[in-house]
Design a protein around this ligand. Sequence first.
Ligand SMILES: [Zn+2]
Length: 480
Amino acid sequence: MKNIKNFNVRIILIFICILLCALCALPLVSCDKEQPQKGTSYEIWLDIGEDGIACTQRVNFVNTSEYILDELIFNVYAGAYSQTSPLPCTPQEEADAYPNGVSFGKFEFKGAYGDFQSCLYDALSNLITVNLFSPLLPSQEIAVDFVYSITPPNTNLRYGFNDVCLSLTGFYPQLCALVEGEWFFREFSQIGDPYFSDTADYEVTFNLPNGCDYVASGLSQVSSADGETFVTSKANNIRDFALIISPVLSRTETEYKGVEISYLGSDTQVIEYAKRAIDVFSERFGEYAYDSLALASVPFVAGGMEYGALCVVNEQLDAIDIESVTAHEIAHQWWYGAVGSNNLTDAWQDEGLAEYSTYLYFYDTDRRELAQTILDSAYNQYSRFVELGQKVGEPVKGMLAGELSSFASNYHYTNLTYNKAFIMWDAAKMIMGEEALQSALKHYYKLNRFAIASTNDLYASLDNAKKGSSALLKNWILNC
Ligand SMILES: [Zn+2]
């Protein structure tokens, strides 16, 4: 009886405890159930016709910052390809960029609608400014609808068409990145990658012209109506949306470790490089951030280019360069794609890491000699660059940080932003030790995924792994 009585008391006590715990836990439970803060989203509808593309676009902007905003500023990168702008490439690139002669695109702004005071498109700066009725407070949101049409130029640059494909990248009004409460933008630069934005969710619907294949950022759904094919591509947390359509190339799809890989082109070996890159970089830095990865081998003025969950690789490179460029562009899905950084003032931040990652790609896939060759080549190129500067009486300013417009030429930009920044990471590895550097990069990726990492965020991750490490980098980055 005693036992039973004690048992009953124990049951009552347990019941009271459970009740108290449940009551105590209530605020926590309700916190857990709270949805993560919703971010900015783009819905874009494209009507692709013979003479141009009619577009409607809804942007739902959520003020996830701590700042009060009076206006929204959108960058229309496609405007840089119009006749009123300087050519969007350097004079040295012009012949490769425009093999059929210089060609201009058109961006025709037809209107903006929504609950705001006014909207102005300035074709000289390629900016759209939306003035709000009342300041937008943190966590408040606003929807803006745009109507516009685009006519892409005939070019092998990032945006335009050629004999092989239509590249729709940077074709839409895109919110500038918000940095410390200010919309950050610069004049379109012929040097470097003059794009800079926050991440957002995208849903883009387009009609696929007859006989064409495509790759796009995100996962796609295909439907047919009235003899036409329609595609809707959705991607979350990407920094920009890209779509490549081709009347001559075919699409190949495969799934790898939960990532849908789609490829447009004839060199399906690129898919194997992509799988290796996903393996190496996921192991080195942290899991690949997206559920899809699209790749396209097309004519391109440079080696390749990265977009949100999509990489373009120049089809005319030789085999080893194709592999190396594929690895570099996929590395950008970690550096710039997931972990954003300011391309307009600190291009070294993502390019140096993409180069170092390419070295690791070969190193970790048992091609250490090749990895060493890539590293030696960066050292040699940078040494020649410095020597040449001394010879012509213009000693090189070795500072990595700086506005894109501050680089004298692509030659300067490449040697500093790619070669010197890559050498810097190799030096960091020697001084910090490989383990500490890898731990720093994992920390940097984990803390800044889907955000914009400042240089201080990078320094903090280095110091977190090994105290005082950032001092070495600052010396490389800021000293001439
Ligand atoms: Zn790059």
